[in-house]
Design a protein around this ligand. Sequence first.
Ligand code: ADP
Ligand code: MG
Length: 185
Amino acid sequence: MIVKTDTTGAADTALSLYLADEASTEELGKLLAMASSQSTADNEVGPTLGGRLFLSGDLGAGKTTLSRGIVRAYGHHGAVKSPTYTLVEPYELVNGNIYHFDLYRLSEPEEVEFLGVEDYFSPRNLCIIEWAEKGAGFLPRPDLRVTLSIEGEGRRATLGADTKRGHEITQNLLGLCQNRQFGTP
Ligand code: ADP
Ligand code: MG
């Protein structure tokens, strides 16, 4: 994985990572899974401690690729489809429940209520939400926001924490990234 980290000194720690290729985006997903789980050893994903992760960025920015990395790291071996039409795809796995949303097709934010989001957003579940902005006003606030954008041949991921839990995940992720080989965009 080729990533480059720049951290700002701001209170809301922002972490910026350059992802050279698709495999790097999936790898960041795996690191995020490790960072949000109770892992006992390096390079291992433990039971999910839950959390809400909002993914932003244009179509093709890599949101589903990142989600796939997280879901696979939690032990799902099959395909990870984009929930564009189903709006939510559940993964009830040995290491915990993950609910992957894609709200792109919502025409009104109110429609989020028909999904029964309250049930999904239990603190023990990991909820990954692509296009959360489409449900603005009807979703609880995220722990962590990841914005993906196209940069050269690759992608840039910018992470921002909104809650204590989000800061905890970011700090864990920083620790994990420091053990990796970094490259330049
Ligand atoms: P989104 O869900 O944001 O619409 P996808 O995850 O479906 O985007 O990804 C769109 C395309 O971007 C895929 O073809 C994927 O292979 C590619 N991709 C993902 N990450 C990277 C990266 N770091 N560098 C280059 N291409 C990438
Ligand atoms: Mg997508």
